[in-house]
Ligand binder design. Sequence first.
Ligand code: PNS
Length: 188
Amino acid sequence: MKRIKAIYPGSFDPPTNGHLDLIERGSKIFDELVVAILRNPEKDPLFSVADRRKMLEAMTSGFDNVSVDTFAGLTVDYALQLEARVILRGIRAISDYEYELQMALMNRKLQPGLETVFMMPAEKYSYLSSRLVREIAELGGSIDCLVPELVEQKLREKIDVAHKFENGEQSGDKMPSEPKSKSRKKKL
Ligand code: PNS
């Protein structure tokens, strides 16, 4: 029987327990699952691609059939390059559906041989998003149980650096490892 390789593309800024839940579910269904972080120069992410990769690698180290990679350009081209047959995406609520359907159908138009498979994370993660995690962490709320401990620690470090920067405790005019982050120091 043919082995089924799937990619799970996304921004993962930062990766959350919802992402991990989906990775676990995907790893049980597909022979191989590649978590693929989009390298998007247009976006101003909180974490660099390298940081996100490290976090995801640590989070997925217990899964034999899961690997982490980065890609640029079209998801369908990347999937083809990897000889993957499936794009895995998570749907948390009806509100996700419209965007996900549009993307899945567009990807099918671009590459009819590829299938998008939607999976639902556990209900307890249905309200969880990377954006909210960033916001809550920045405003001092608890992100306990929303992200793995390693990600929580990295978030705290980022926020501490940002606050020090705002208070003028850092030298230079850039946040360390955030080359484009003049706007990020406010937004986080
Ligand atoms: O985690 P996200 O931000 O919801 O992931 C969105 C992602 C990376 C899957 C989507 O933006 C994407 O596939 N981008 C790559 C460019 C592409 O293929 N665009 C056409 C999509 S129909």
